[in-house]
Design a protein around this ligand. Structure first.
Ligand SMILES: [Zn+2]
Length: 287
């Protein structure tokens, strides 16, 4: 009897192990990064992880590593994502992301993939490694949300984020800071920098300073034609008077690989206003 019970326990353990293995999935990105997702036991979440999340991560992790490049830095080559029933949205420790399925279940086709893109940016940022000085938290969260909203999300959402940040402070983190950094990116990127390398984008330079532990208030005067952080923030808010003119939108869209807006200026403006309404309905409140 005891042997039978032992056998039953053993087979139950094997079945559990197999079930667990079936829910773990792995893929290798084009830059050889190994992505591993442990999606838990909820079949709906397992299907979403396989069909939606895994392709997003495999596609975007190498892109984020390129967007947030700095000389001599290699982003982690192993990333793990674990689903748990918990609190909050998602968080990252080292190269491990945890996603709260209690929140994600209602956001599978809305915010959840973008939230993971934000966390992937944190892995690539790697601020504070080897005891280096960390930048202020708003820089860390702003850069991660700039990667998400101004790169991963589509152009109308970018414009809506930009417009919605009007009147917010540059250092509120997340979307307001993402909009501020996008202004800096458009205004203070050095196209064809003197060194001839690709590190001329504003956010590339900000990220490099943050990663190397050299970020300070001096960064702004050194990278924004001698202007202080407060002065650049003032420029950003002043830019809102013209933020939604068709010409601004054209300039913004010209930098974007996806052209989703109509060509005619009036139609573009109408489309952005429509997208803004949709956006505000989707994301009430900015943070
Ligand atoms: Zn974050």
């Amino acid at each position: 009897m005891r042997i039978v019970r032992l056998l039953l326990m053993f087979s139950a353990a094997v079945a559990a192990a197999c079930a667990l293995r079936a829910e773990r999935m792995q893929t290798v990105c084009r830059d050889d990064t190994v992505i591993e997702i442990d999606a838990g036991e909820d079949q709906k979440m397992v299907d979403w992880a396989k069909n939606t999340l895994l392709p997003v991560v495999a596609n975007w992790y190498p892109r984020i590593a390129r967007i947030l490049r700095s000389p001599g830095y290699v982003a982690p080559k192993r990333v793990s994502i674990r689903f748990i029933e918990g609190d909050g949205v998602a968080w990252t420790v080292g190269d491990a992301i945890t996603l709260n399925t209690r929140w994600a279940r209602g956001e599978l086709n809305r915010e959840a993939p973008g939230a993971i893109v934000h966390e992937l940016a944190h892995i690539v940022q790697a601020y504070g490694r080897n005891g280096r000085k960390r930048p202020p938290g708003w820089v860390t969260e702003g850069v991660a949300d700039w990667v998400r909203w101004m790169n991963y999300e589509k152009q109308p959402v970018r414009d809506a984020i930009y417009a919605a940040a009007k009147g917010h402070r540059y250092d509120e983190s997340y979307r307001p800071t993402a909009a501020f950094l996008d202004f800096c990116e458009r205004r203070y990127s050095r196209v064809g920098g003197t060194s001839g390398n690709a590190s001329s984008g504003f956010v590339v330079r900000l990220n490099a300073a943050a990663r190397e532990g050299t970020y300070s208030d001096d960064f702004w005067t050194q990278n924004c034609d001698g202007r202080t952080l407060a002065e650049v923030a003032g420029q950003w808010q002043a830019s809102y008077g013209a933020a939604l003119t068709p010409s601004n939108l054209c300039a913004c869209d010209a930098q974007s690989p996806d052209r989703r807006l109509p060509a005619a200026p009036d139609a573009r403006l109408r489309e952005v206003e429509r997208q803004q309404k949709v956006f505000v309905a989707r994301f009430p409140g900015l943070k």
